[in-house]
Ligand binder design. Structure first.
Ligand code: ADP
Ligand code: ASP
Ligand code: MG
Length: 469
C-alpha cells in the first residue's frame, strides 16, 4: 500500500493531470492499494488568498477576476480530461458551487473590512477541493475506480487556523474507517491535501506547502509501505536548483537530515512531513513527475552512501533578527526565560537563537510578518527590566537570511565549520550571527539577504556538492 502526493505543478494543467493518471495507473498494475493526495493547481492558493486580502481592503475586483479565471482554468481541465458529458456537467456544477462559496466569503470580508482567520482558511483550502474532484474524475475516465474525498472528513486538527496541528489518534481512526474499505476494494481515493477540520467540523489548513504534511499524515495513518511526493525536481538536491545550477540529486538521506533541511528552507518538503513517518519508519520518496523514471531521493532511517562531507545547503529569507540589548543585562537572571515564554505565548515561531558571550545581548530570528508582534510582546513582558535599564533596546532587523549546512558526516569529520566560514568569508560575505547549540548535523548562521546566492554558491563549491560538468 502506498500514498502518492502530487504538488501544484504536478496537477497544474490538463497535461500534468493526464501524466498523474498515467503514473498512478502504472503503479496500480503492481499495487492495488494507492491513496492519492493532491495540492491545488499551481498558483491557485495564492490567487485565493490575494482575493480575500484585497476584498477586505475594499477591492472586490481581485476576487471577481479570480473567480472567472479559476472557473475557466478548472473547466478547461475538465473538458480536456473527462470525455463523458454527464460527468462533465456534474463536475461543472461542483466547481461552480465551490467558487460561489469562495465569492460569498470574499464579499463577507469586503463588508467586514477584515479577514477573519477561519474564513481565510475556508477560502485557502478551496483549491484542493477543486483539484481533487478533477483528478478523481480523470482516474475514472482512465478506467480506474476512484473517489474524491475532502480531508475535512478525515484530518481532525486543533483550531490554530492557518497552521493547524492534527490529532493523529482521531485522524487515524477516521482514515482507517473511511479509506481502508475503499483501498481494500481497489478504489483509489483522491484526498485533498493541506486541509483538515476542527472537532466541530470547521475547516482548517496545515500551513503553506502543507499538502506534503498531509501525505505524511495519511501515510502514517494507513501504515503505508511508502509515501511518494511527486514534484517538479529530481528529488532532494544539494541546493535549490533555482539558485545553484549544478545542484545534484541526493539519492539517500536520513529523516533527521531531511527534517533539518526542510526546516531551514528547502521548500521541496514541508518541514512537518516526516513527523508522523519517522517513528513508523515509513520511507518517503521525492520524485519528479516531469521525469518519472528518475530515481529521485529516498528518505529513511539511513543516511546512505555519499561522497561529500555535507549533504546540502539551504537558505530562508523573509525573516527578521530580533535583538534585545542593554549593558545591564549581564548576570540578570531570567531575561531569556521571560523572552521566550512571551514569544511562545503569542504562538510566534523562533527559527534560531544566538547569544554573544558578552551576555549583553540576546538575538533570535522570527518570520518578518511576526516581527512587530514580537517586539510588542517583548516590551510588555520585559517592562520591569526596561524600567531598571537592564534592557535598553529591542530592535528587529529585516533583510536577512539564514543559511544552513546539513549532513550527518559532520559528527565525525573535524573542521567542517572552519571550512564553511572560510568559504563564506572568501566570498566576501559578512556573517551577522551564528546559531548556538545547533544540532550536530547542522551549522546555521545569519547573513544579509542580498548575499544568499554568493554564500550558497561558495559553500556548494568548497564542499564539492555540484555535478561534475
Ligand atoms: P510542489 O508544488 O510539488 O509541492 P514546491 O514548489 O513546493 O513543489 O517544491 C519544489 C521546489 O522546491 C523546487 O521547484 C525547488 O525550486 C525548491 N527547492 C528548494 N530547495 C530545494 C532542494 N534542496 N532540493 C530540491 N528542490 C528544492
Ligand atoms: N496549495 C497549498 C499551498 O499552496 C498547499 C500545498 O501546495 O502544499 O500552500
Ligand atoms: Mg510544496
Amino acid at each position: 500500500m502506498q500514498v502518492m502526493k502530487f504538488g501544484g505543478t504536478s496537477v497544474g494543467n490538463a497535461e500534468r493531470i493526464a501524466e498523474l493518471a498515467r503514473i498512478v495507473k502504472e503503479a496500480y498494475t503492481t499495487d492495488k492499494q494507492i491513496a492519492v493526495v493532491v495540492s491545488a493547481m499551481s498558483g491557485v492558493t495564492n490567487q485565493l488568498l490575494a482575493s480575500a486580502h484585497d476584498a477586505a481592503k475594499g477591492k472586490m475586483d481581485t476576487a471577481i477576476a479570480a473567480r472567472a479565471a479559476l472557473a475557466d482554468k478548472h473547466r478547461t481541465a475538465i473538458t480536456t480530461l473527462v470525455p463523458d458529458v454527464s460527468e462533465q456537467e456534474k463536475l461543472f456544477a461542483e466547481i461552480d458551487s465551490l467558487l460561489d462559496h469562495f465569492g460569498k466569503l470574499c464579499y463577507g470580508m469586503h463588508i467586514l473590512g477584515e479577514v477573519p482567520i477561519r474564513a481565510l482558511d475556508a477560502i485557502a483550502g478551496s483549491g484542493e477541493r477543486l483539484s481533487a474532484r478533477i483528478v478523481a474524475a480523470t482516474l475514472r475516465a482512465q478506467g480506474l475506480r476512484s473517489r474524491a474525498i475532502d480531508a475535512t472528513e478525515l484530518v481532525v486538527t486543533d483550531d490554530n487556523f492557518g497552521d493547524a496541528t492534527p490529532d493523529m489518534i482521531e485522524t487515524t481512526l477516521n482514515v482507517k474507517a473511511r479509506l481502508m474499505p475503499l483501498l481494500k476494494e481497489g478504489v483509489v481515493p483522491v484526498v485533498t491535501g493541506y486541509i483538515g477540520a476542527t472537532k466541530d467540523g470547521v475547516m482548517t489548513t496545515l500551513g503553506r506547502g502543507g499538502s506534503d504534511y498531509s501525505g505524511g499524515i495519511f501515510g502514517a495513518a494507513l501504515m503505508a509501505d511508502q509515501v511518494i511526493i511527486w514534484t517538479d525536481v529530481n528529488g532532494f538536491m544539494t541546493a535549490d536548483p533555482n539558485t545553484v545550477k549544478n545542484a545534484r540529486t541526493i539519492p539517500e538521506i536520513s529523516y533527521s537530515e531531511a527534517a533539518e533541511l526542510s526546516y531551514y528552507g528547502a521548500k521541496v518538503l514541508h518541514p512537518k512531513t516526516l513527523l508522523p513517518l519517522a517513528p513508523a519508519k515509513i520511507p518517503l520518496y521525492i520524485k519528479n513527475s516531469f521525469q518519472p523514471d528518475h530515481p529521485g531521493t529516498r528518505i529513511s532511517s539511513q543516511s546512505g552512501e555519499w561522497d561529500a562531507d555535507l549533504k546540502a545547503i539551504t537558505s530562508i529569507k523573509n525573516i527578521s533578527l530580533v535583538t534585545i540589548s542593554g549593558s545591564g543585562m549581564m548576570g540578570v537572571p531570567g531575561i531569556a526565560a521571560k523572552t521566550f515564554s512571551a514569544v511562545a505565548t503569542q504562538n510566534i515561531n523562533v527559527l534560531m537563537i544566538s547569544q554573544s558571550s558578552s551576555e549583553n545581548n540576546l538575538c533570535f530570528i522570527v518570520n518578518t510578518p511576526e516581527a512587530e508582534r514580537t517586539k510588542t510582546a517583548l516590551r510588555k513582558a520585559l517592562e520591569v527590566e526596561f524600567h531598571h535599564r537592564h534592557i535598553e533596546h529591542i530592535v528587529a532587523q529585516d533583510g536577512i537570511a539564514i543559511i544552513a549546512a546539513v549532513g550527518e558526516k559532520m559528527k565525525g569529520v573535524p573542521g567542517i565549520a572552519a571550512r564553511v566560514f572560510s568559504a563564506v568569508a572568501e566570498a566576501g560575505v559578512n556573517v551577522i550571527a551564528i546559531a548556538q547549540g545547533s544540532s550536530e548535523l547542522n551549522i546555521s548562521f545569519v547573513i544579509g539577504e542580498k548575499d544568499i546566492a554568493q554564500a550558497v554558491a561558495a559553500m556548494h563549491e568548497r564542499f564539492n556538492l555540484g555535478r561534475a560538468e
